[in-house]
Design a binder for this molecule. Structure first.
Ligand SMILES: NC(=O)c1ccc[n+]([C@@H]2O[C@H](COP(=O)([O-])OP(=O)(O)OC[C@H]3O[C@@H](n4cnc5c(N)ncnc54)[C@H](OP(=O)(O)O)[C@@H]3O)[C@@H](O)[C@H]2O)c1
Length: 198
């Protein structure tokens, strides 16, 4: 399988790259500072990336930034920033991927536990992740040529023994555990799903 991985240098993305590489897949890794340069908030850079990498069988996006802010302190710009990056950026990747994915190919986006559960300052993330999960469910119904789309929704990702004050009492997972959900999405037959790694 030939995989385009956006965010391949990040906490989750690096583990995704390792998981697919171990399976013998070719991983083309892209990010703002990577060999293959892309900024998911810049549609022209996404088009340039897809033009440069050629045909692919699977796309994974493990990128997207959302401001952490309480509702009382949140501004319209905070919501705009979260929507532009994690929601709009991932949707832009889907739109660019559609004509370039091989028949039967897959797209796997990244949501997160804050769509359903709360920690302080998670109101923008909840809006972004909730919208993203709605998009994935409906987009799956419209995809041509046997293409599939899913999202992975991790809880907080930590190293073994590491803790997070904000996520006290939450179960944490390791990046390699999360990476297996992307493998499941790309190798499986399911579509329109959110794979929760909680
Ligand atoms: N880590 C967690 O605990 C956790 C839990 C639930 C959900 N998530 C979600 O998982 C996703 C990845 O999280 P992470 O913790 O792995 O992030 P991370 O460690 O900060 O890595 C982000 C990756 O995306 C790239 N990137 C950032 N902005 C980009 C942009 N505008 N265009 C293209 N690439 C960009 C970064 O590289 P460059 O800086 O070179 O661009 C890097 O490769 C995020 O959407 C996050 O909300 C994470």
């Amino acid at each position: 399988m030939r995989l385009l991985l956006i965010g391949g240098t990040g906490t989750i993305g690096a583990a995704v790259a390792d998981a697919f590489t171990e399976l013998g897949d070719e991983v083309v890794s892209a990010s703002r500072s990577g060999d293959h340069s892309v900024d998911i908030v810049d549609r022209e850079s996404i088009d340039r990336l897809f033009g440069a990498v050629g045909e692919i069988d699977a796309v994974v996006v493990a990128a997207g930034k959302v401001p952490s802010v309480a509702l009382a302190d949140a501004t319209g710009e905070d919501f705009d920033a979260g929507f532009a990056s994690k929601l709009g950026g991932q949707i832009s990747v889907v739109l660019a991927a559609l004509p370039r994915l091989a028949d039967g190919g897959s797209i796997t986006l990244t949501s997160g536990i804050l769509a359903q559960h709360a920690v302080p300052g998670s109101v923008v993330t909840a809006a972004v992740n909730g919208a993203l999960e709605g998009f994935v469910a409906r987009a799956a119904l419209d995809l041509p040529r046997g293409l599939r789309i899913n999202a992975v929704s991790p809880t907080i990702v930590l190293e073994p023994g590491e803790t997070s004050e904000a996520f006290r009492g939450f179960r944490s997972v390791t990046a390699p555990e999360v990476a297996q959900a992307y493998v499941r999405s790309a190798y499986g037959i399911e579509t329109g799903q959110v794979f929760r790694v909680w």
